[in-house]
Write a protein that binds this ligand. Structure first.
Ligand code: DC
Length: 228
């Protein structure tokens, strides 16, 4: 019987984590869980209900109540919040503007970390985020830390926006990425850290295909080693 492992992937914003994690999961026939989408959904719920995102208790209550369900579409993962597909809405810049107090809220983190652990309990998952290798699944069989220079990440983000027909200024995008790095690395609870036993992949000069191939091979090695 093939062992179903947990693959935890962390890295800064725009490091190509989600695309790589989703594609790796598809190749392994595993479930892909985008933990950032969960923080985004709680932020969206707070904005919709007029709850100030820095009200720790009130936002924690929303995190407790929120129903979140990931469903695998053909080539995408769809997130349902309280029964509604919010996959597009959680990507809007408005969410990013308000998300920091939500991601820094220790009560929200506790609630979402518990849900993430539950989703990965049986193995057979690829989960990406900021604290997956260190807090959510320190016991994951495969841990990856993806990094790329801020300039390269900004270049990719601009290319992605341009492709979608959205005008983007490189310097502005770079400044936003640096600001998000600052928030992610300095958070008191669940900061972005490189786990000591994580495999570090610098993607600055890699394509998505090359990143997926590396992680896929590592996963196959782990699975083979753990399967009798
Ligand atoms: O990966 P992303 O850009 O969708 O993440 C959205 C926000 O959520 C970002 O500000 C960092 C935060 N986040 C977090 O604090 N912990 C995670 N495991 C994933 C994301």
């Amino acid at each position: 019987m093939k062992k179903k492992i947990k693959i935890a992937i962390d890295g800064p914003a725009a490091s190509g984590k989600s695309t790589t994690a989703r594609e790796t999961a598809r190749r392994l026939n595993y479930l892909y869980i985008d933990s950032g989408a969960m923080y985004r959904a709680v932020t969206l719920k707070a904005l919709r209900e007029g709850v100030p995102t820095d009200d720790e208790q009130a936002v924690a209550e929303l995190a407790q109540q929120i129903r979140l369900e990931f469903r695998q579409d053909d080539d995408d993962t769809v997130l349902y919040m309280d029964g509604q597909d919010v996959s597009r809405e959680i990507r809007s810049p408005r969410i990013v503007q308000h998300i920091n107090p939500v991601a820094a809220n220790p009560l929200v983190r506790q609630i979402l970390v518990a849900r993430q652990r539950e989703l990965g309990r049986e193995g057979g998952v690829v989960m990406d985020g900021r604290d997956i290798t260190t807090v959510v699944f320190p016991d994951a069989e495969l841990k990856i830390f993806m990094k790329a220079s801020a300039e390269e990440r900004a270049r990719r983000r601009v290319a992605e926006l341009t492709e979608r027909g959205v005008k983007a200024d490189f310097q502005q995008v770079l400044a936003d990425i640096r600001q998000r790095d600052q928030a992610d690395f300095s958070r008191a609870h669940g900061p972005l850290r490189q786990a000591p036993d994580a495999v570090v992949i610098d993607t600055t000069r890699l394509t998505i295909e090359e990143q997926v191939e590396q992680i896929y091979r590592l996963a196959l090695q782990k699975i083979a080693a753990l399967t009798d």
